[in-house]
Write a protein that binds this ligand. Structure first.
Ligand code: FE2
Ligand code: FE2
Length: 377
């Protein structure tokens, strides 16, 4: 595409996202995944879900990098902001799946080897592939993930047989995948705009490379432990993929939508589904009150700082002001530390804001105490 056409594309294309991309910090304890056959008493389906999780940490890191390569070319402020939010969401997914994979490895799966192989392949790809090809892969994978996400939320009964932590983590991940499903697409359309090539790349990835890769990974994981695989297990897997509520069959039309002329991810509008699930999962999402307390906490810290300065300049003797300070400061610090620990349930932006302000005021406190002690000597 020549420079002139590129400029025209940039002028026309903007973010078409329909949902806010919310940064949530969630915390799951995966200890309830306590057997290698944790899903529907079927080792093959269990290994498939382990395989999917094994590919996420490195896969999602690559999604972030491939989109960030284009950050400077994005001029739409909304899309720019969405790129940052997309990266924050994917980074947290990556962390949670790392944690989940550790649990799987405790049960005898060797997800670490899958990561090693992926790492090697990715570094080869980064050397050989253009930025455009890397972004095309991300756009394709994002549509596949968003389709899986729609499946998980729409056919959520299929997750009832999974351990609770896994179920909740997958549902949370699904919500966020749908929230940011058009970001990579919009960046590609804005900065590259070669939709024909993208569709060919998607068809290869979605219908050939990805299924083949997942079949190999599932087979590898099944070999990691001695669980006997029967024909009934294999048939269960076929039904899991192609049956009435199958992972492929029930959402096949959404996979195909990508190949339509003029396709955009939000032509399939699942915002109502997201609203429904945000309410259902609200107990595991950050609490608004906690966020508010955490936001206010540094301001109190600042007030205490100025109050102490005033005390020091009043009629109090230096030694008395240090005694007063030492008497009330530790309990307040304890309360603040407890609040900061609860930060795991706050947004990333709040985390940074609170931690930053908290550290600065703490540092000021330390310097001030040192000065007071020196002046007392
Ligand atoms: Fe993700
Ligand atoms: Fe994603």
């Amino acid at each position: 595409m020549n420079a002139k056409t590129n400029l025209a594309v940039q002028a026309e294309q903007k973010s078409k996202s329909r949902l806010p991309i919310v940064r949530r910090i969630v915390r799951f304890d995966y200890s309830d995944i306590d057997t290698p056959v944790f899903y529907s008493d079927n080792p093959v389906i269990s290994a498939l879900w382990v395989g999917l999780s094994a590919t996420f940490p490195l896969g999602e890191a690559e999604f972030i990098k491939s989109v960030k390569n284009y950050e400077d070319q994005v001029t739409d402020p909304k899309l720019k902001e969405e790129v940052a939010d997309f990266a924050a969401q994917e980074a947290h997914h990556s962390l949670q799946h790392k944690k989940m994979n550790k649990q799987f490895d405790e049960l005898g799966f060797n997800t670490a080897s899958i990561e090693d192989i992926m790492k090697e392949k990715l570094s080869e790809r980064i050397e050989k592939w253009s930025d455009k090809k890397r972004l095309m892969r991300t756009v394709s994978a994002e549509h596949v993930t968003a389709t899986f996400a729609h499946y998980a939320l729409k056919q959520s009964h299929v997750l009832d047989d999974a351990p609770e932590s896994l179920r909740n983590a997958l549902l949370w991940h699904a919500i966020e995948e749908i929230e940011h499903k058009s970001v990579a697409f919009d960046v590609y359309q804005t900065c590259e705009g070669d939709m024909g090539k993208l569709k060919r790349h998607y068809a290869f990835f979605c219908f050939l490379e990805f299924p083949f890769q997942m079949a190999l990974i599932t087979r590898f994981l099944l070999k990691q432990h001695d669980t006997k695989v029967t024909w009934s297990h294999r048939w269960g897997m076929v039904k899991h993929l192609f049956g009435k509520s199958g992972m492929v069959s029930s959402v096949f039309s959404i996979y195909l939508m990508f190949l339509r002329r003029g396709f955009h991810p939000w032509q399939h509008d699942d915002s109502a589904l997201i609203d429904e699930w945000k309410t259902k999962l609200s107990p595991i999402f950050p609490k608004r009150l906690i966020n508010l307390i955490l936001l206010i906490s540094p301001f109190f810290n600042g007030l205490i700082f100025f109050e102490t300065i005033l005390c020091n300049q009043s009629t109090m003797t230096p030694s008395l002001s240090v005694v007063v300070f030492l008497a009330y400061r530790p309990p307040i610090t304890l309360v603040q530390s407890a609040l900061v620990k609860r930060i795991s349930s706050s947004s990333v932006a709040t985390t940074w804001a609170v931690r930053g302000t908290y550290s600065i005021t703490q540092a000021f406190d330390q310097i001030r105490i040192c000065i007071r002690l020196v002046t007392l000597v």
